[in-house]
Ligand binder design. Structure first.
Ligand SMILES: Cc1ncc(COP(=O)(O)O)c(C=O)c1O
Length: 451
């Protein structure tokens, strides 16, 4: 195995096309449904909030979709991202496993999110849109879209989940530097927000409510569209640059992973790293893919595979996915980007059909692994990404027990330099494992529409 610590690519090796796993799915996705008619939703159902180019990508079964030159020009600001061999972490764990991680925190905003934000801003600009609305949980997606909108001269309004708005005031300032307007959600600016606040005045907010607010504004203004940071097929598509680069990097040193790991919020950084390897799995190669989520929001491990809405107010199409029920209110854990009731339909389909695995861990274990990672490798991980680190450490310890030289690849989706309140709470022993209250799932699943 190679002695290198950092495997780098040339700018000329940035992928020129995104990989669309819909071309290779053993079982195709069930169609999204119009929430009013419950009939399959066509392009027209989505045209009020998305440009046609993205709607086409959402539905495409072409295996490769070219990345436009203007998007590649912006990708070049931080791509290709480095792939590291985590030698110091391996040593700390005394594991025979080889651990590699792809680091997306080198993007200007600190995560994988601009891989899609730049593409979405580009297609909206081309369609003549002048303003985008969105939600943000951790603040990473909001920052990415704020930057992308600035690059393409679009206005941007971000509905930021209130608990994150309060936990991370500097993420708000960061978005404002790019010129975005940031509104804590639920807000009084929208009907969805006002209705929700009337019933839950002290709500910490959720991605589901913030999405309703952003979609409501986009759907009622012709010059405005909506951009989603996760879940949807086209967002998954854009993130495949991560895994495509990682494959090239590992091939350079003659390595192929036994297991590929990503944290899971709505499913895009996990898909981004894993789907290019799943293409090989469908062709017979032996490789596992593991999505890691918080115990406090266990969509993949405790949710049900059903048609559900993507938001609380019911503006989005119904999608077949693992869901905890669209009115599930996740506890205010520090991994704000993983507090979503649903999952990408693509990830859901693959989990349902047994091609991928899912694990859930509590936040104190996750933070313990994050601190070990920082003390070994130097990088302070985002709390979301720390779930992938913890998943990798669990795999590495299993390898140690079995005396196995397993090759582990995980995606370090972002850095945690805006998340120091969370680290402060962990180091001060003020971080609890938020219990997932029994009966809550049963109650929230009652909100799932009957199809
Ligand atoms: C750093 C980071 N990783 C992961 C996620 C989860 O999103 P996804 O599952 O779409 O990658 C987020 C979401 O905000 C994030 O900020």
């Amino acid at each position: 195995m190679s002695e290198e610590t950092k495997i780098l690519l040339e700018e000329s090796e940035i992928p020129q096309a995104w990989y669309n796993i819909q071309a290779d799915l053993p079982n195709p996705l069930s169609p999204p449904l119009n929430p009013a008619t419950k009939k399959p939703a066509g392009p027209d159902d989505l045209a009020a909030i998305f440009p046609m180019a993205l709607i086409a990508q959402e539905m495409s079964t072409e295996r490769w979709i070219d990345i436009p030159g203007e998007v590649l020009d912006i990708y070049r600001l931080w791509r290709p991202t480095p792939l590291f061999r985590a030698r110091r972490l391996e040593k700390a764990l005394q594991t025979p496993a080889a651990i590699y991680y792809k680091y997306e925190g080198v993007s200007p905003v600190g995560s994988h999110k601009p891989n899609s934000a730049v593409a979405q801003a580009y297609y909206n600009k081309k369609a003549g849109i002048s303003k985008l609305t969105t939600e943000t949980g951790a603040g990473q997606w909001g920052s990415a879209l704020s930057m992308a909108c600035r690059f393409f001269d679009l206005e941007c309004t971000v509905y930021m989940v209130r608990v994150s708005y309060e936990q991370k005031p500097y993420r708000r300032s960061f978005m404002e530097v790019y010129g975005a307007r940031v509104v804590p959600s639920p807000s009084r600016e929208t009907e969805s927000g006002r209705n929700f606040l009337a019933e839950h005045p002290d709500s910490p907010g959720s991605l589901g409510i913030a999405i309703s607010e952003a979609v409501e504004v986009a759907a009622s203004h012709p010059d405005t569209n909506y951009a989603l940071g996760s879940v949807l097929n086209h967002v998954v598509l854009h993130q495949t640059v991560i895994g495509l680069e990682a494959k090239t990097q590992l091939a350079k040193i003659g390595v192929y992973p036994d297991v590929v790991i990503g944290c899971h919020g709505g499913g895009t950084n996990f898909s981004g790293i894993a789907f290019p390897f799943l293409q090989d799995k469908f062709a017979g190669k032996k490789v596992r893919a593991v999505a890691v989520e918080p115990l406090a929001c266990p969509t993949l491990t405790k949710g049900k595979f059903l048609y559900d809405l993507g938001d609380v107010a019911g503006f989005t199409p119904l999608m077949e996915m693992y869901t905890l029920g669209h009115d599930f209110m996740p506890p205010g854990i520090h991994a704000g980007g993983l507090r979503y009731h649903g999952a990408s339909p693509l990830v859901s389909r693959l989990l349902h059909d047994g091609f991928i695995e899912a694990r859930a861990y509590g936040q104190t274990d996750v933070f313990r692994s994050a601190v070990l990672f920082a003390r070994s490798e130097g990088i302070l991980p985002a709390p979301e990404s720390a779930h992938a680190i913890h998943g990798a450490i669990v795999e590495a310890m299993e390898a140690k027990e079995a005396g196995e030289k397993k090759v582990i690849l995980f995606n370090l989706s972002g850095h945690g330099y805006f998340d120091l309140t969370a680290y402060d709470a962990f180091l001060g022993n003020r971080l609890d494992d938020v219990e997932y209250p029994a009966g809550v799932l049963e109650a929230s699943l009652k909100s799932v529409p009957i199809i």
